[in-house]
Write a protein that binds this ligand. Structure first.
Ligand SMILES: Nc1ncnc2c1ncn2[C@@H]1O[C@H](COP(=O)(O)OP(=O)(O)O)[C@@H](O)[C@H]1O
Ligand SMILES: [Mg+2]
Length: 320
């Protein structure tokens, strides 16, 4: 189902459509439910610059997603986006807030506390000079700090952001003589993470510091709007149904493996479209099979056979 499931103002009509669709055994997505001009963003796009494809606006709670994020930030809420990789969390933040207003901290295993707070570095003639980290800069400059893929960072590093994200709105730089950096007007925070990333947990402490939590999931209408072949979208939808049947916050039980641990998202589908253009749809389907994690290959292969290859069994691309 689309992430940006809308709750249009005409909830009654929508509900009737949903009931009618259910009775007819028809599977319809959120955009179809909205109907023309009933809260649909109508394919509105936002340029992302530097030769990038524009962002296709989606919906959150009956609003354009970018407006929803802007409104939440203007209201002083910290925002948390969560969902599988490749669904458009990072791009939504870029589209909603623009590069000039956001300081992004990409988290990985290698992210250090100093990346967030700052560190001394050798300066010619001066000996050592302090350089602010990403969060310190955002506080001082009154910008938005975006902690992307935050659970990929060491928990010790993640916890360093807590004082800036709660009512204290400040950071004490013990590393720099105990300087206290207070948030300037305009400071705010957004974080994004994948709840099913093995070996990571999203802490209660971080969750409670975000007033707004939005799930970003599989989005068939946007994929189709972006020109991904409809049969590939349908195949991806099949896998995503299994994935989303699970509580997105439940995580993966140790040892559990199966089709419900992975499903192709917008990123994979856009790659499918590009590969199909350069080569052909069958090659794109085999390529998708190759990038899919091993435990999901059977399910992916079945879905591609059913919807893309006309029943022909596919194997991943290989040198023969
Ligand atoms: N609404 C959208 N319109 C157009 N392209 C999108 C949209 N959302 C995501 N994309 C594209 O999909 C890919 C994955 O998006 P990304 O933001 O990196 O996902 P995530 O941060 O959830 O892993 C990117 O190539 C991005 O440009
Ligand atoms: Mg991302």
């Amino acid at each position: 189902m689309a992430t940006a499931t809308a709750s249009p103002p005409d909830g009654g009509v929508s509900t009737l459509r949903r009931i009618a669709a259910g009775a007819a055994g028809v599977d319809i997505d959120a955009t179809a439910l909205e109907g023309p001009g009933e809260g649909s963003s109508g394919g509105r796009t936002i340029p992302l610059g530097r030769g990038r494809e524009p962002y296709t606006v989606r919906r959150i709670a009956g609003m354009d997603d970018v407006e929803f994020i802007r409104t939440a930030i203007e209201a002083g809420f910290n925002v948390c986006l969560y969902g599988p990789p490749g669904t458009g969390k990072t791009t939504l933040v870029e589209a909603a807030l623009g590069e000039g207003r956001v300081i992004t901290q990409e988290f990985s295993e290698g992210t250090q506390v100093e990346d967030i707070t700052g560190s001394f570095f050798p300066a010619p003639e001066k000996g050592w000079e302090w350089g602010d980290g990403s969060l310190t800069r955002a506080l001082r400059e009154g910008k938005l700090w975006f902690g992307d893929d935050i659970t990929q960072g060491d928990p010790r590093v993640q916890s360093r952001v807590f004082p800036a994200l709660d009512s204290r709105r400040r950071l004490t730089l013990n590393e720099c003589g105990g300087e206290v950096v207070e948030a300037d007007d305009g400071f705010g925070a957004i974080i994004a993470y994948n709840p099913n990333l093995p070996g990571t947990t999203f802490s209660e402490a971080l969750a409670s510091r975000c007033a707004i939590h939005v799930y970003v999931g599989f989005d068939a209408p946007t994929a189709r709007r972006l020109g991904v072949p409809a049969d590939a979208v349908t195949a991806a939808q099949q896998l995503n149904r299994h994935l989303e049947a699970q509580d997105p916050l439940a995580g993966i039980a140790p040892g559990e493996a199966g089709p419900a641990t992975w499903a192709p998202q917008l990123r994979e589908l856009l790659a499918f479209k590009a590969v199909a253009r350069v080569f052909d749809p069958l090659t794109a389907a085999r390529n998708l099979l190759g990038l899919c994690p091993e435990e999901s290959r059977v399910a992916m292969s079945e879905a591609l056979q059913a919807h893309v290859s006309g029943g022909v069994e596919l194997d991943p691309l290989r040198v023969e």
